[in-house]
Design a protein around this ligand. Sequence first.
Ligand code: SAH
Length: 388
Amino acid sequence: MNAVVLKPGRDKAVRNRHHWIFSGAIRDLPGFDDGSILPVRSAAGDLLGHGYFNRRSSITGRMVSFGDEPAETAIRRSVERAIALRAGFFDPEVTNARRLINAEGDGLPGLIADLYDDVLVLQVATLGMEKLKPLVVDLLTAALRPRAIIEKSDLPARREEGLGDAEAVLAGDAVGKVRILEAGTPYWVSLAQGQKTGFYLDQRESRRLVRECAPGRRVLNTFAYTGSFSVCAILGGAVRADSVDSSAAAMALAQENFELNGLSSDSGVFFTADVFEFLREPALDHDFIILDPPAFAKKRTDVVQACRGYKDINRLALQRVKAPGLVLTFSCSHFVDEGLFQQVVFQAAGEAGRRVRILQRHRQAFDHPVNIYHPETAYLKGFLLYVD
Ligand code: SAH
């Protein structure tokens, strides 16, 4: 089979098990259909592994196997290993939702699989993974026997791959809403209307933190989505937890999550509003503000603009929080690393003129593993700040 041959000296990343091959590293590209799997060789002719390729994408190739392991064997093993990695960590009577496959974090570029009780939700980001989908569905069906497999691939990154959005029932019957349990707390996950695969599983450990920090506090949960931080705050002993999100559907489900947990209707108000404006409301009296915005930087060229956005909301929150107070602030942009995010918060603190200390640093939950060979898999970072 015709192989992709890398330029001399440009094989180091792949030898180090990094998954991506940029067009600039390629010497020879044979004829092939976009999305197919090809062997990858160094300029000297060594077989480095197999990857799927798409000429339309700036990341032309993504490795699915390294060395001489055949591609399909490697994909099977990666799926098995991803399932094995999570096995044993979760008691399904207490927590029955988890990320099963975290793309490059589990050696499977372009694939996310989240399990919500007995419903599996897939998100496919690339044409190469689109072609592997039947194999992946077979493997996951055999391993997990889910009630349904739903695809929710509505990622802007798919455009670059020449793909549109895809929502489909891949196995079983359509599922509108699933009730999950996390740390014994029930939440509704809307598969019909939800964002991403339905629930922000990556914030599981931060939800526990919110619960611990909540006693006696007046909490403002901004970018609240379906209100999971607000639920945790009240269950943890907050006197109030108000939620703000621009999505009315998300706020409606947040309210249902309060009802599901038997929380009284006066324990928090749900505002459908823009956070940038809401944080300027004169009447705020909160002493714990949570900032969990969507990724402001979707590509590298967005970073400067994104940092401006992060600085604005952090400055406003640091100005508005009652002292002694807490601000729990996150960025989930790949392109804004922890050092840069800390610098943005530093500037926001200076402009707010408040005394600010970092109490803790936060990352994505452990079922979203960071591949040591592919550090781009780290995306979520957060600081718990103390303001007095
Ligand atoms: N903290 C949530 C996840 C937040 S996702 C959780 O743990 O479940 C980001 C949310 O921000 C989305 O629900 C989106 O609707 C909302 N959003 C995006 N831009 C916004 C804006 N300018 N003002 C208010 N909400 C916004």
